[in-house]
Design a protein around this ligand. Sequence first.
Ligand code: IPM
Ligand code: MG
Length: 404
Amino acid sequence: MVDEKAIQNAQEKYGMLLRKQLERVESLKNEGDWVDYSKLDKMIVGVCGGDGIGPYICASAQRVMEFLLADKIKAGKVEVRQIDGLTIERRVEVMKAIPDDTLAELKKCHVILKGPTTTPKKGDPWPNIESANVAMRKELDLFANVRPVSVPELGIDWTFFRENTEGSYALGSDGINVTEDLAMDFCVATTQGTERIIRAGFDYAKKNGIDYVSLVTKANIIKATDGKFLSIAEEVANEYPGIRWDDWFIDIMTAKLIDPARRSSFRVFVLPNLYGDIITDEAAQIQGGVGTAGSANIGKRYAMFEAIHGSAPRMVNEGRGQYADPSSMIKAVALMMSHIGEAEKGERLTMALDVCCQFEKKLVMTGRDTGATGDEFADYVMETVKRPDLKKVWQSYVGKAKTD
Ligand code: IPM
Ligand code: MG
């Protein structure tokens, strides 16, 4: 006997989800223009440590950020604000992905530096609340998750444009347990949401003189949402005649990233949320681990910069928080610099990170007291940024790596 009542209950819930998404489409049609940071009297940078190793690595990265922006902070052009309340304890206390007062504080900022936050799953000691990352991306409409991965030694220079507000994530906490035996989740793709991420990828390529963009979906199987992603890509690509593009399925792209014969030809990737999540961890591993990769979450009004990894609570439980590697968060600071119109500072910081993490390696992070602390590593990076010969040193390492 089919449980008609269960179907009816599920239909009601589904109806509410559809209503919300259609309302979202309407607001996407009327979205505002990009903030022009150069026109602001004062830019407010929120710093939100998160939990687990978050507060440790975020504090080290904040020191680097304040060092780079020192002149602007002194002149009152940039204000750095500490924003508390994003810990798992606090989120569980109010049973919200982001406590209301914290969200209100975040919304007063222009850009945010955010440490990792614990994301519970079913069966964890914490209630199964929605991820703070995902909620922040949706609340602040941070639709483009931009993740660069570069390994000069292997000729790898990739930038991933992961859609950040839709896909399998949009309703990830709103799936329906129709009966005890049937669970259903949903995947969302809107015309507006899809178009803007694809455009962001192509615009980035154009602006940076890159002539190749790869679209990644599973449109042969996930026909409605991924199919939409691909057909919109076809339309948008026509507006960029100087840029070649091709489409790949996520499974084969996962293989191609570790194919030495093919991988260095890829430059810009555009992909739906879940595939972007998965493949950027793979890409980061090729670069040296998820601890080395930063992420820019960009919207028209707000932007948030973070690590690509989680909060590693075990490290803190074992008393090793200060040995957590802050490279990912320092990379996030570099991305923030480029985003707020400080491209040169962003470039110097990126070069310094390459020198410190991939080439010179005067300090090594082991995650324990056998290696450096996060703050010592941040000092090393700042010293490297200050080196007058930084560019030459970087170029010589890159040149040498390529001929080795
Ligand atoms: C990431 C992380 C997050 C995600 C988690 C922590 C919610 O894996 O930023 O890639 O899945 O997006
Ligand atoms: Mg991830």
